[in-house]
Design a protein around this ligand. Structure first.
Ligand code: APR
Ligand code: PHB
Length: 389
């Protein structure tokens, strides 16, 4: 098979890139290791920046997002004794859209056939070849047969555990990482949210987040020790913890219900600074991971993809090399700012096991400064809604 761009990975990054290229008449094939059901089963956050909603609108794939998504003009930071509303609309003129990133992935998947975006699922042994030549190619096994895709470019959108970053070469000099000493225990349930907007809380029992998917579906998280096991957490125990955190500060109080999903996720900050090798380019989690505090993961993948699509379109349309040459530096400039904000909000809103009374006072002083400074709230708001492309 021959194509213009072979995309590895059918997560949000790969699918967004595929649709953006197809919209410009550029041929591409997406090769995905898992099944569609598996891709849709991945746990994802629920906040979209305007960068992301803008791409969906540009593709004409935003109908369901506009119908079902919830526009939020603010969010809340709470500590031991107060809750501060960050009025992102008044401070930045922007809002965020609460819409399950899984639903966005579904919208992209469902539109693929009509848009001529070919996706090969259940492809195993995916390997990248001759990435430094002008004829790179991808091999994979499907239905017991080995297949080859010859391409002009390969886009590595295969996430943190994919094959593409390895094909770049895992030079430690390009790797920057921090693993946090705790995880997030999350629950999804068909119960009304406790508050009309998100609440990030740092209380005596640690971090907790009250989020939502719709007016009838809630998403909550609490900080748990790194070694916590899901079998140690009954739904009742988790609902008790959430009620302790949010009943005193939320409009409605926590409404309980059976879990649709309950799991523990680790937290890490990670950047791999080499996002190009010859005709191979990385985008999304293949190149970076953020802790979910601030929901930057998918939104950062969207900005990588916006830059990479623009550069590939310039190459295929006008033979321009410069945008591709500038992709890595342009993407990293935005990646590092989002990494900084996610790290900042994680440090501010979590109880670190190694911290003592002094560090807790520093957190309280910072939150007190946020409560009393429009400048500080503006800085937080403009990072939360997403910095401009
Ligand atoms: N070959 C083919 N596909 C692969 C391979 C491989 N060797 N390895 C991984 N994949 C697939 C995975 O199965 C997955 O579907 O690549 C896809 C990568 O998708 P994500 O992990 O969702 O990463 P990305 O598309 O960059 O999404 C970025 O979206 O919802 C957020 O939190 C999520 O931060 C993440 C963000
Ligand atoms: C979610 O709704 O899953 C969510 C929202 C905000 C975050 C992380 C997760 O920062």
């Amino acid at each position: 098979m021959k194509t213009n761009v072979a995309i590895i990975g059918a997560g949000p990054a790969g699918l967004l890139l595929g649709h953006l290229l197809r919209a410009e008449g550029i041929d591409c094939v997406v090769v995905e290791r898992q099944s569609p059901a598996y891709v849709l089963s991945r746990i994802r956050a629920g906040v979209l920046e305007s960068v992301t909603t803008g791409l969906m609108q540009r593709l004409g794939l935003d109908a369901r997002m506009r119908a079902e998504g919830m526009v939020e003009d603010g969010f809340n930071l709470a500590d031991d004794d107060r809750m501060i509303r960050i009025d992102i609309k008044a401070l930045t003129g922007e809002h965020v859209t609460v819409y399950g990133q899984t639903e966005l992935t579904r919208d992209l998947m469902d539109a693929a056939p009509d848009r001529g975006l070919q996706i090969v699922y259940a492809a195993s042994d995916v390997a990248l070849h001759d990435v430094e030549s002008d004829r790179p190619w991808v091999s994979y096994v499907a239905d017991g047969q080995t297949h080859r895709i010859d391409a002009d470019f390969i886009a590595g959108c295969d996430g943190f555990h994919g094959a593409s970053r390895k094909a770049i070469g895992e030079d430690p000099a390009h790797r920057f990482e921090r693993v946090y000493p705790f995880g997030w225990l999350g629950i999804l349930a068909d119960v009304p949210p406790c508050h009309p907007e998100l609440i990030y809380a740092n209380g005596p029992r640690g971090f907790a987040l009250a989020s939502m998917r719709s007016p009838t579906r809630s998403r909550y998280y609490i900080q748990v020790p790194q070694e916590a096991r899901i079998e140690d957490w009954s739904e009742d125990r988790l609902w008790d913890e959430l009620a302790l955190r949010f009943d005193p500060i939320s409009e409605r109080g926590v409404v309980r219900g059976p879990a649709l999903e309950m799991s523990i996720a680790p937290l890490r900050s990670f950047v791999f600074e080499k996002m190009r090798r010859g005709r191979l380019f990385l985008a999304g989690d293949a190149a970076h991971i953020v802790p979910p505090t601030g929901a930057k993961g998918l939104n950062l993948a969207a900005s990588d993809v916006a830059y990479l699509a623009e550069a590939l379109i310039a190459w295929f349309g006008k033979g321009e090399e410069a945008p591709l040459a500038g992709y890595e530096a342009r993407a990293l400039a935005r990646i590092w700012k989002a990494e900084r904000f996610s790290w900042y909000l994680t440090k501010l809103m979590h109880r670190f096991p190694e911290d003592g009374a002094f560090e807790h006072r520093m957190q309280r002083a910072e939150i007190d400064y946020v409560a009393t400074s429009r400048a500080m709230q503006t800085a937080i708001a403009e990072n939360y809604v997403g910095l401009p492309l």
